[in-house]
Ligand binder design. Sequence first.
Ligand code: IPM
Ligand code: MG
Length: 370
Amino acid sequence: MAANKKLLILPGDGIGPEVMREVRRVIDWMDRRRIVTFDLSDDLVGGAAIDARGTPITSETVEKAKDADAVLFGSVGGPKWDHLGFQMRPELAILTLRKELDLFANLRPAIVLDPLVEASTLKPDVVRGLDLMIVRESTGGIYFGEPRGVETLPDGQQRGFDTESYTTSEIERVARVAFELARKRAARVCSVEKANVMMSGLFWRQTVTALHQREFADLELTHMYADNCAMQLVRNPKQFDVIVTSNIFGDLLSDLASMLTGSLGMLPSATLGAPDASGRRHALYEPIHGSAPDIAGKGVANPLAQILSFAMLLRYSFDMNDEAALIERACTNVLASGLRTADIMGPGTARVGTTVMGESILRELDKLAA
Ligand code: IPM
Ligand code: MG
């Protein structure tokens, strides 16, 4: 049996705690089966932490996250906390974790599972077999750039401003992650910016090109403007293998790409830091969907993205590829059997809630491991 691994669970708000409960059952299943035992702890983040502690994330929680081998994050936010202002946004929890743990590479896969081809709003032929990976820079750019603020001008009106900025090393380290991933996939990287409009975009393109020539000339590198990329993603998404882009463009394009698959409720993500000398790296895993306050507490949320985020955690943080594949297979099989949560319902399928979906995954795991 593998050694204990420190896992910090941060369910957050909205549907976060509900879908995380189903992951806990998968974790318990692995423990019972003596596949792996985690040293588990959990904590509050987002609105839940604001309510209990008056801040979206405490420094103790950040320290726990730094100390963990991996963090499994749910989702944060909701209308309840909207009035509290910019400094008290639940979203600060995830932004703080990305920044403090230096989690600069946000991996957002968009995969169309066969049983869900019909769930996409695009034609089946356009999306069948889709498997693309967006690598989004996640600790720099306009999300964190200085100066930012709102100032009063001499004529009395105000001006709001943010700064997009990227250094050589910030671009190189995220591009390197994209190239290394591509090497294990279809060997194609598309780098996305607005080099036709932004100086930082032109610099991004030049920096990625130079790195490619120096270290990754065996791979295909193309460049695309972000607006064109948005269009190409709905026109012919299968042209892409790995896309690498800035924080803000990655935010937009990954939401777009996720809908190619039919449901936000299906997609996991990983956010990775740089490996240290021993190969250990900070890493956080979260579903792409948000806290979905409109359906929270109703028992109807789709737990698959959270469960698949856990599978990604096994793969990227613990090299447990077989176990990750087992969980992914269980999810696909359950979908193939016709069970669906409300968000991915299709003709001839049976609607189930969060708990029944979770139980079905466990039953399928039992079968697969028998
Ligand atoms: C995401 C989310 C976050 C982001 C929010 C919650 C701050 O939209 O992870 O894509 O903009 O990065
Ligand atoms: Mg987003």
